[in-house]
Ligand binder design. Sequence first.
Ligand code: ASP
Length: 435
Amino acid sequence: MKVCKFGGSSLANAEQIKKIKQIVELDSERKYVVPSAPGKRTNDDIKVTDLLIAFHSAVTNGEDYTAIYSDLSERYVQIRDGLGLDTDIETHLANVKADVLNSAGYDYTISRGEFLNGLLIADYLGYDFIDAADVIFFDSDGEYKSEKTRTVLRGRLSHSKTAVVPGFYGSMPNGKVKTFSRGGTDITGAIVARAARAEVYENWTDVSGFLMADPRIVDNPQPIKKLSYRELRELAYMGATVLHEDAIFPVFKANIPINIKNTNQPDDEGTFILPKVDNNDGHIITGIAGRKGFSVLAIEKTKMNAEIGFGRKVLSALENNGMSFEHMPSGVDTLSIVLANSEIEGKQPQLLDDVYNQCEPDSLEVFKGLALIATVGRGMIHNIGVAARLFAALAKSGVNIRMIDQGSSEINIIVGIDEEDFEVAIKAIYSEFCS
Ligand code: ASP
């Protein structure tokens, strides 16, 4: 049995929804469908969730919302008519409007994109409709409750051979709707897959899975066929975003593979994300990802190595300023802290003061303009010389490496380089290992 999540672009209009019906009907194992709200039909279109955000803000600020509301209604009416359904979507839309005007709240408002789409898709597929508010639970602090959800959802699914569960939201003990963060339908899909004990969680989107590098930098990068959960975490953290980062946890615990598939090219294999992948299957590098926008706090102090508690003092200065850091490479008398610019912005003078006062360094400087690139591959563990090839490739392309970090898991090597070398570096690593 398979659980299929369909993203917003796969459901942007009636034509797209016709495609998903074909996909679902092609395989009788596709029993549970988790839809997003309708996404963009063209590049400059607006996602329904964003329309709902604008609707909520107009209502709360006492502004004119009629144009937004009519855009919203039109989207659903067009889908309903395009699918030839007779669902009374107007009444549902009117109820949503009345609830929002009646202060139903932000989360409720933005969850209606999935709710209304779920109603139409259930009718179109001839599947049961299960309101996510009845089966997905949060506590009163807004924390997701996995145990309760699993028990209730599993019980409810056992009464439906086929069903649609709208993504992105659930409810709190007081009955109020609560959403996950943006992109959260991926999480709902994973939760449903776990509760249903699915054999695979299919995540249908508008790309044929993960690529080995960003196609805006490398021409036609190869697709990634198999990815371990751990590799996914490393790549996603560095910006390879196909899936919500919290979507792996429910299925990870239950050992359910995720298959990223393309609604517009359903025959493409896509990427399989698996709990474990053989380390020795001939692949050295699985993917390359990176991000710009980092700074380095460079600390120098003679005999730092012998001073007990030096690291703790630096880290407590970060902690007291509410800052999280990425990496902490060190030398005998030096320690560097790599931070995202967003962490240090506005807090730099206070941080420097605190480190000065608590650590009494010989010198303290902040360098901006660092980019990080992660070269990720489960195959590295078994292959000697990966780092040598990587550094040689960067050297040949004239890229100066300012920081190196290899995690203890040995599945990635991270380099820090100047932001202006970012694209050249990615291309160099890709052509060394992947072409
Ligand atoms: N519709 C929501 C969003 O745009 C959730 C989702 O699509 O996953 O973020």
